[in-house]
Design a protein around this ligand. Structure first.
Ligand SMILES: [Zn+2]
Length: 130
């Protein structure tokens, strides 16, 4: 691995934008594998080539700036995706309700029949089937 360390000396390497570009390349390659004409598969290599150019780049401040701009847009999207993931995961074991008076989101376990729910925020009681 010594040659690799020497090669990477003074070069930018990997960052958040890099991982994203590789993921995009992979996701593009899945449907494009069945593309016709065949050379359309090369589209999937565009983000990969772009990231390779960034990876070996010696213009470190410029690459860091790109990543910073990317992360500014990507972070809220990622937080949203994470929230959605936990929401759908929770739906298997829990049910979600909104408090009828203060709209507070509540989570109750499934399969308990009809239960009285007390809102932790405003103490409103309401009955729901779980
Ligand atoms: Zn409430």
């Amino acid at each position: 691995m010594n040659w690799f360390r020497n090669f990477m000396y003074g070069r930018y390497g990997m960052d958040g934008l890099g991982i994203f570009l590789i993921a995009v390349a992979f996701l593009l390659s899945l449907p494009l594998r069945f593309a016709w004409p065949r050379f359309l598969l090369l589209i999937a290599y565009i983000p990969l080539a772009l990231e390779f150019a960034r990876f070996v780049s010696r213009n470190i401040p410029q690459r860091a700036r790109e990543n910073e701009i990317f992360m500014r847009y990507w972070r809220p999207v990622w937080e949203r995706l994470k929230k959605m993931y936990f929401y759908f995961k929770g739906m298997q074991t829990h049910k979600y309700y909104k408090c009828p008076s203060c709209r507070q989101k509540l989570r109750v376990p499934r399969g308990r029949g009809k239960i009285e729910i007390t809102c932790p925020k405003c103490q409103t009681k309401f009955i729901k089937k779980t």
